[in-house]
Design a protein around this ligand. Structure first.
Ligand SMILES: Cc1cc2nc3c(=O)[nH]c(=O)nc-3n(C[C@H](O)[C@H](O)[C@H](O)COP(=O)(O)O)c2cc1C
Ligand code: SF4
Length: 539
């Protein structure tokens, strides 16, 4: 083994690992050893082309050559075929950065995903990292806030609130102690951009939080991390340790005399803990229950102090703005949705993955040009955008651009950018029931419409489903039940204290509006081939 080791990238990303990446990495080490070849395996993040995972890349004289999806059983044959030299093989994909799925993206926040070694600060800096922080250290706090305001950055956690206004509010508070609280609870179904960033480029989040601290005068940050993200926890722990050791965090950041540090806290495993005031309760060691606002967290947040609460993607977008300028960032986007958004394509779709594009890509472009249509090969019937509280859009609405105002005009929301695809076997009455059941299970219980209304909603949809199957009778007329469901949605929307109860009507009403036939008397149940959403007994 005298030759220099060949560098081989095998993603350590949680999704890639769930598809066997750890076993592939071990197989490469073992098979290379058996052949007397030295390899240096780097566990990078995922590039976000999940149907090709585990995606192995080999560093050759001609650049990085990708192979995928690789199974442990493929490894021996790949090595015999000359994978370590980038030789031909049925799984060879060539330079993955030229793949149309990636080449057509506009990766600003996710620019380093899959490219760098997430544990290496040297690699991060070599790929443009920490330019934003160095620029910020030379600026006055208010100028940093102004840059974020001018960039048009809005929160990527769901509410799309202008980040600059939030930072300005915290900046203006005259207190000794302020906090940066990063919301990394990522509870929305079909979303994974926070996870990918924390696992694949953790220094980016650390840099973004440090800049936020400088801007508003906070010296301590917390990352409230979804407990189901052990890979991200490990990546963050390692990156924090490295950043602290070389002076990017701590009492004297890069010799500036400015102080900032970050601690990770594991979430409590409830969807409601992603709601910002619940998150603060949980961070303080209490049960995750929504706080009444006002006061806003920006004025009285963590431990009663002014607190910036921002999502991972929001904070990870900050270094780009500070490194390349507010105008550069603002030049991407559509209408009042500025910059790029990492869309997460999931569900019944051929090419699931991460698509970072300027706001304005249409649903159709995302689902067909990137996604390649349904994985089942059947017609796509619906997409749910923005997590479990997001609206369902039918195929007739697929020309809608993925930006905040355009979706709002369709009574839909972009949320955290998750898009889940369903084919024509989906039963939309069942999906409406699921939304209400989700609300019932995840309700923090503080207010009545959500705590009780969600359960009454499940019962109502059950009656509607029974009626469409011909079991009407003692449970009231079908039309009366539909009207009651609509009224219940009004109560949830207007009477709930937070978005969990308040937004549950979105999936329910959109299903009722666009897929009425699934709720109606004329519904032939089940339709030919319909299985999605049905119970085991019904199948
Ligand atoms: C029920 C509920 C769950 C939420 N879950 C999350 C979450 O997991 N991650 C997140 O960043 N924001 C979540 N939010 C939004 C947060 O309350 C808050 O708006 C966000 O963290 C602010 O950061 P941003 O301005 O950067 O988006 C949730 C909101 C609600 C109502
Ligand atoms: S809407 Fe639901 S989750 Fe939100 S405060 Fe009320 S009971 Fe809690």
């Amino acid at each position: 083994m005298s030759a220099a080791p060949v560098t081989v990238f095998v993603p350590g990303d949680a999704s890639a690992c769930s598809l066997g990446a750890d076993r592939v990495a071990r197989a490469i080490e073992a098979e290379a050893g058996r052949r007397g070849r030295a390899v240096h395996i780097v566990r990078n993040g995922s590039r976000g082309l999940y149907w090709l995972e585990p995606l192995v890349e080999v560093v050759t004289a001609g650049g990085r050559i990708a192979y995928g999806p690789v199974t442990p059983a493929d490894v021996g044959k790949l090595l015999d075929a000359g994978m370590l030299e980038g030789a031909a093989h049925a799984l060879r994909l060539g330079d993955i950065s030229t793949h149309p799925y990636l080449a057509s993206q506009q990766r600003l926040t996710g620019a380093r995903l899959g490219i760098v070694d997430p544990t290496s600060l040297v690699d991060y800096v070599a790929h443009g990292g920490y330019v934003g922080l160095r620029n910020a250290l030379a600026m006055q706090p208010l100028d940093i806030v102004r840059a974020i305001t001018d960039s048009g950055l809005r929160g990527r956690g769901g509410a799309a609130f202008p980040t600059g206004i939030k930072w300005q509010t915290v900046h203006d508070q005259k207190t000794e102690q302020k906090f940066i609280a990063c919301n990394a609870d990522e509870g929305d179904s079909g979303t994974f951009s926070d996870r990918m960033l924390m696992e694949g480029d953790p220094f980016l989040l650390i840099e973004g939080m440090t800049i936020a601290g400088l801007a508003v005068g906070a010296t301590q940050g917390y990352i409230y991390l979804r407990v189901e993200y052990p890979h991200a926890a490990r990546a963050l722990a390692k990156a924090l340790q490295v950043a602290r050791a070389v002076g990017y965090l701590g009492k004297d950041i890069l010799g500036s005399g400015k102080r900032f540090d970050i601690a990770v806290r594991l979430g409590a495993g409830a969807y409601i803990c992603g709601e910002e005031t619940s998150m603060l309760e949980s961070l303080e060691g209490r049960r995750g229950e929504v706080r009444v606002r006002p006061p806003l967290p920006a004025i009285k947040g963590l431990f009663g102090q002014p607190t910036v609460v921002n999502n991972v993607v929001t904070l990870a977008s900050v270094p780009v703005v500070l490194a390349r300028g507010a105008q550069f960032y603002k030049d991407f986007g559509a209408g009042r949705s500025r910059g790029t958004i990492p869309l997460q394509l999931a569900g019944n779709v051929k090419h699931a993955g991460l698509v970072e594009r300027a706001f304005g890509l249409t649903v159709k472009e995302l689902v067909y040009d990137y996604g390649g249509g349904s994985a089942s090969g059947r017609p796509v019937r619906a997409v749910q955008i923005g997590g479990p509280l997001g609206a369902y859009l039918p195929a007739s609405e697929f020309d809608t651009p993925l930006e905040y105002e355009a979706l709002s005009a369709k009574n839909a929301l972009l949320g955290h950018g998750g898009v889940v695809v369903f084919d024509d076997r989906v039963d939309m009455a069942r999906m409406a029931r699921y939304a209400l059941e989700f609300c019932a299970i995840e309700s923090c219980g503080k207010c009545t419409p959500c705590r009780i209304g969600s359960t009454r909603g499940v019962e109502l949809v059950d009656r509607i489903i029974a009626a469409r199957a011909g079991a009407n009778g003692a449970n009231g007329s079908h039309e009366a039940n539909l009207a009651l469901l609509d009224e219940l949605c009004d109560t949830l929307f207007n009477g709930s204290l937070c978005g969990l109860g308040g937004l549950t009507p979105f999936p329910v009403r959109s299903a009722l509006k666009h897929f009425r036939e699934d709720f109606g008397d004329r519904f032939i149940f089940p339709r030919a081939g319909q299985t999605q959403g049905l119970s085991r007994a019904e199948k």
